[in-house]
Design a protein around this ligand. Structure first.
Ligand SMILES: Cc1cc2nc3c(=O)[nH]c(=O)nc-3n(C[C@H](O)[C@H](O)[C@H](O)COP(=O)(O)O)c2cc1C
Length: 208
């Protein structure tokens, strides 16, 4: 399928990665719905093992719900400052219930059945918790791409894991097995954030 191109002014991947900093104060202006659509069309293309795509996104713009999310995030003010907060969840149980949906449509019926049988056998041999963690490893890839896509469309964000997961599960009516990659307040920045502080390449990269 050819994806539609966009006429929006965007920045390069390099610029998006370089300019991203955690921003915790936002301009009070709603996010353009079309931009959100474009961002999720990019995130949708994230890779995952066996193409299982366990990521699910909840976009919270309701003021009262954001207040409750902020309370669940120990009062971190960026949650209500942001015009939208994206809660990034991972739902492997939904993936497994609908496992046939993940199989590539180009395969023959026989190949599809074989793939479904293989995947089911593999995951049925794991606990719900272990396969939840397996799914979360995939969802974290999409979380990273989400941050870059948000930046690419001229918005800023702050990845967050500092929140009470059970409280956020309750707020969004999510089952216990759903895991969180994090929450991501997004909006136009009203702050510069902190300059990058990173380990040296010598420390983190080895050439063999
Ligand atoms: C998974 C994850 C969870 C984080 N949780 C929080 C958080 O709860 N609150 C917060 O203020 N920043 C949080 N951060 C932001 C980090 O502190 C920040 O990314 C790091 O210091 C590097 O700074 P930079 O994002 O400006 O490059 C989190 C970042 C990641 C990737």
């Amino acid at each position: 399928m050819m994806r539609k191109t966009t006429t929006e002014q965007t920045i390069s991947v390099q610029e998006a990665i370089e300019s991203r900093r955690s921003i915790r104060k936002f301009i009070q202006q709603p996010i353009d719905q079309q931009h959100l659509q474009n961002i999720f069309e990019l995130v949708q293309l994230s890779p995952s093992a066996w193409n299982l795509q366990p990521w699910r996104f909840h976009v919270v713009t309701d003021v009262n719900l954001k207040k409750k999310l902020e309370e669940a995030a120990y009062g971190q003010k960026q949650v209500t400052s942001a015009p939208a907060v994206i809660v990034v969840t991972s739902d492997m149980e939904d993936v497994l219930t609908n496992i046939g949906d993940t199989v590539h449509p180009g395969l023959s019926e026989e190949q599809k059945q074989e793939e479904v049988a293989n995947l089911s056998a593999f995951f049925n041999g794991m606990s719900v918790e272990d396969r939840g963690q397996w799914g979360l490893n995939q969802t974290n890839i999409a979380f990273g791409i989400l941050m870059t896509a948000v930046q690419g469309y001229g918005y800023a964000s702050n990845p967050m894991l500092g929140f009470d997961q059970d409280k956020v599960r309750d707020l969004l009516n999510l089952p216990k097995y759903v895991q969180f990659a994090g929450i991501l307040p997004i909006g136009k920045p009203d702050d510069e954030g902190y300059p990058h502080h990173r380990f040296t390449l010598e420390k983190i990269v080895k050439f063999h």
